[in-house]
Design a protein around this ligand. Sequence first.
Ligand code: AMP
Length: 302
Amino acid sequence: MQNTLLVVGSVAYDCIETPLDSADFILGGSSSYAALAASFFCPVKVVGVVGNDFKESDIQRLKARGIDISGLKFDESRPTFFWRGKYHENFNSRDTLDVRLNAFEGYSPELKPDAKKSKFVLLGNISPEIQTAALDEVEQPEFVILDTMDLWINTANSQLKDIVKRSDLLILNDSEAKLLSENKNLICAGDILRKMGAKSVIIKTGEYGAMLFHESGFFTIPAYPVRTLHDPTGAGDSFAGALAGYIAGAGKTDFETIKKGMLVGAATASLTVESFSCYKLEETGLEEINRRRQYIETITKI
Ligand code: AMP
């Protein structure tokens, strides 16, 4: 039987403005992106909370990908987590204009008996408090993937460092890696993060790719060359989701499997950024992910 991936993180409504376009109240959040991406590689269960404004059409989108949402709590008293962001001219940086925890305020995850038995866990970007509470409920996790962001590095540093020690694979972007390791050299940052207790570390460098720091060695891949960037939101979450889904689906956690998972992650993330939300990824699916993953292999072979 194939392993199921347990995904913890935010389920959100996003309002996004890019230099090209804007969209209001579209499905976002670390967990939504990660679960949709992972769903191409293994069965997925989501744990989290949504509010009284959560749309039936978004429930159907998750269900259409076979995602088990029985661990999603519906809080009728408050709206869904809300995030508003605006990208700068070059798409490389953005401002968070508004963030409201709403239903996530004071939320503590409760896992169903089958979710407690999960072996593969993705702790997507959300407060380390919620990540820790969810992981505490998992009886015998075998492989824990942890994602985070600058907000938690700055506001919940010691709790974050505690959960880093329990992670098998920590995934961060370049600026977060520098901030958490307190080192400006990315290679040194990767080594320091492993010394902090993460068994392995991936540092993402956006359009340039990603680097893996592992006890068996160092590995790096480029990003898939995207010419039609529409909205970079969720690229990191879908990279982590696809990678986690690939590892859970393969049922192997060695260096080679993580490397192959990175290719899958890069291919999947490249589809996420070609539309708002995950529309392009959901539309094109596994065939296009595989085509892009092969293309990355081709362009990196000498
Ligand atoms: P990314 O572009 O990979 O950083 O992910 C963007 C997604 O993260 C958006 O869909 C937001 O809803 C979600 N998000 C923004 N801020 C937070 C936060 N503090 N905690 C959890 N999720 C967040």
